[in-house]
Write a new protein. Sequence first.
Length: 396
Amino acid sequence: MVNAAIVGVGHTKFGRATDKQLQELAWEAIKEALQDAGITQRDVQFVAVGNTGRWSSDPLPAVVISEYSDLCPAGSIRVEAACASGSAAVRAAYQTVASGQADIALAVGVEKMSESTNLQVVEMIGRAGNFFWEFEQFGLTFPGYYAMYATAYLHRYGAKEEDLAAIAVKNHYYADLNPHAHFHKRITIDDVMKSRYVAWPLKLFDCSPQTDGAAAVVIASEKIARKLTDTPVWIRTQAVATGTSNLSKRSNFLSLDSAVKAAEEAYKRAGVERDKAYKYFDVAEVHDCFTIAEILAYEDLGFVERGQGYALAREGETYKGGRIPVNLDGGLKAKGHPIGATGVSMAAELTKQLRQQNPPERQADIKRGWAIAHNIGGTGHYAYITIYTLDKPPTG
């Protein structure tokens, strides 16, 4: 295995892009990533596209995007891991380079959710998991799945709905500073508490939106990366785990076991002590599809002891300058959640954070040069944990 690094990033505005087709969105991000890396389409040897796509018209997005973006005849693949499809694309591109099969690969995440109605999207996401048992028999939807976790968490640890709201307030604050974000409106705890319930205790402002958008990263081998940039962002390690499709088979609704397992594996490879994990990272991107998901992530990643994630949010310790800055781009909650693009967007954001290319008000203080991405597919059905660093990983 050879070392591989991100050398270029691209990102579209997240929101509703009813004036663009899927391939146009993808090309906008790809073009920016290629320019950032200082390369052309002819330099790309492999393309991995993260796209769930059940709500959009193109069943073969990788080939449509490759043709439109003039990337043919480079090899391509479309990957799907629900809401972690973007991280799966990063993984496919990374492993292609790390294995020596290519010197330059491109990971693209893209979604065009506005091609289907709101109710159609709600149904299709609700089917993600165990279709017959949970959706067909009981009519659970995605907010309902996470509402079960929120109900269990609030009951066990004594957290309040206002603690969930604190996550939304933080992420809207940072989204307002991010030109790529879906929402540019700061909100208060009172705003969240007054929003209508979607699935108790989750309210409208506890939920991420249906979003169109794309992101892209160029991944290069060490010998090429050093030629292209003075600040390669190395993919130090990535670990993956899978949870049961049927939530009734899980031991509790207080943690996502797949995220814990993936984090433990990533930490083992990178030499991170779990009980001191927050000390290793300058900034984190975590999967806040619902506000409770961000609180669970704090605990599943070992940033705080079990049952104390809500206190971390309540005390403002995940803002810039706190114990561990989290989602300084607005997160899924307010930046937006175009399903297949989210994991690549995390990679692009953390690359810019480590390069210190963000506006000062949402730029983390980079001291160690390490960052972590936590990307979940479904309700912990997939978990991808990726560690990015400025210092080159040891070879081997």
